[in-house]
Design a binder for this molecule. Structure first.
Ligand SMILES: NC(=O)c1ccc[n+]([C@@H]2O[C@H](COP(=O)([O-])OP(=O)(O)OC[C@H]3O[C@@H](n4cnc5c(N)ncnc54)[C@H](O)[C@@H]3O)[C@@H](O)[C@H]2O)c1
Length: 386
């Protein structure tokens, strides 16, 4: 199969944020062509948005249901191969379920869905239909995150003792939702965002980044969620203590996770530090082309993207030579690239492991993490098991 994969998109119309990033990521390697869209919750805007993107008139659909029916009615060689779903959280489950059930491959943004039951149902659906399913936890697409993963998981830094992951944003320090800002509006509405505010929106990235980079899985947590902005209905600040499941009988690692959207001055300030028995490392999303490594008793080292000394996964996730900065779009495109390889290889359920991208199980673990964090924050118990 060497033709470009044909993509349909749900969400991402006029005025939307992440849909345009998905389109750029999908285009980057020339393997995917956007051919159809149901791009907005408003049928007229959906059609207009599709026309603006140059889609054929008969593939600018008013709704995702019309897109599903319309595409299924086309000859197999014209029909879309895959769909990207980039709607607000409450509008993930129904289209994802319907497209996966119809055996389309799916790229979905995080958090995967709003309830644990929906997440478990999607795991079953993806297994049953044997489709490729990627969740755009884009931070695991960075080459130096892959380098860090390789160093940690191969034991170079010894047994992991402690992880600190933080994600500081300041854009919700005021009640932006009252000013009609659409991204703030749905993110602070429990009916659309889900049970978590900040913890679901960006805390979920932290959980996935730790899990991907270290191989550690949260065993139990102690969470303190706060809504600092008066009248806000969901958390805008999250502070968590983490206990991880032990790996190979080692002493279980501990962690701190804090995510906030009221940290004035914070832009997209995602950072992770990992300390093992033989060394440590630190990576910062706003300076993503370098990885700081300390080995016990040795001078500090700075690993830089694009160099031959990096591991194969890091080199494979790199498009430009050293010194030509790559960042958000390229990392996002790496999730797409993994999914494309898995589709072409017919990898089915093995796709995420074989081609190194986050899959439905990662998405489901993330949904559970959000729910357990909210449960912990409202409970008097010190530890909540996942
Ligand atoms: N991976 C990341 O870094 C990242 C960053 C931002 C957002 N996200 C996730 O992406 C998703 C979208 O976030 P956003 O900030 O782009 O939201 P947004 O509000 O900017 O855009 C959402 C789009 O979906 C459309 N939409 C809503 N319901 C629809 C429906 N039923 N059918 C078709 N279109 C519909 C809206 O009209 C809008 O065009 C969320 O799940 C969010 O958590 C991920």
């Amino acid at each position: 199969m060497s033709h470009r994969l044909k993509l349909g998109m749900v969400g991402g119309g006029q005025g939307a944020f992440i849909g345009a990033v998905h389109r750029a990521a999908a285009r980057l390697d020339g393997d995917i062509e956007l051919v159809a869209g149901a791009l907005s919750s408003t049928p007229e805007k959906s059609v207009t948005s599709g026309k603006e993107l140059g889609l054929a008139d008969d593939r600018c659909y008013p709704t995702w249901q019309a897109m599903l029916d319309g595409e299924l009615a086309r000859p197999a060689d014209e029909c879309i191969d895959m769909v990207s779903i980039v709607t607000p959280n409450h509008a993930h489950y129904e289209p994802v379920k319907a497209f996966a059930d119809a055996s389309f491959h799916v790229i979905l943004d995080k958090p995967m869905v709003n309830t644990i039951e929906q997440a478990e149902d999607l795991v079953r659906t993806v297994r049953k239909r044997n489709v490729i399913f990627a969740v755009t936890y884009n931070y695991s697409g960075y080459p130096l995150v892959k380098q860090a993963r390789e160093m940690i998981c191969s034991g170079e830094l010894g047994e992991v003792r402690k992880v600190v992951v933080e994600y500081n944003q300041g854009w919700l320090a005021e009640k932006l939702e009252d000013a009609g800002q659409k991204q703030a509006d749905w993110r602070t509405d429990p009916a659309r965002s889900g049970v978590g505010g900040c913890i679901g929106d960006i805390g979920s990235h932290c959980e996935q980044l730790v899990s991907y980079m270290t191989g550690l899985e949260v065993d139990s947590l102690c969470a303190d969620l706060t809504s600092f902005v008066p009248g806000r209905r969901l958390d805008d600040d999250a502070n968590l203590l983490l206990r991880f499941k032990p790996i190979d009988g080692a002493q279980p690692a501990r962690g701190l996770l804090y995510a906030s959207q009221i940290c004035i001055g914070g832009e997209n300030d995602l950072r992770i530090r990992v300390w093992g028995t033989k060394g440590s490392l630190a990576w910062h999303q706003e300076d993503p082309n370098q990885l700081l490594v300390h080995r016990l008793g040795k001078p500090d080292q700075v690993y830089r993207r694009g160099n031959d000394y990096l591991c194969d996964a890091a080199k494979g996730a790199t498009r430009l030579p050293a010194g030509h900065p790559e960042a958000f779009l390229e990392a996002f495109a790496n999730v797409y690239a993994g999914a494309v390889k898995a589709i072409r290889a017919g990898a089915g359920a093995q796709g995420p492991q074989q081609f190194d991208f986050p899959g439905v199980e990662d998405g489901a673990r993330g949904v559970r993490f959000i729910h357990k964090t909210v449960e912990s924050s409202t409970s008097e118990a010190k530890w909540t098991r996942l």
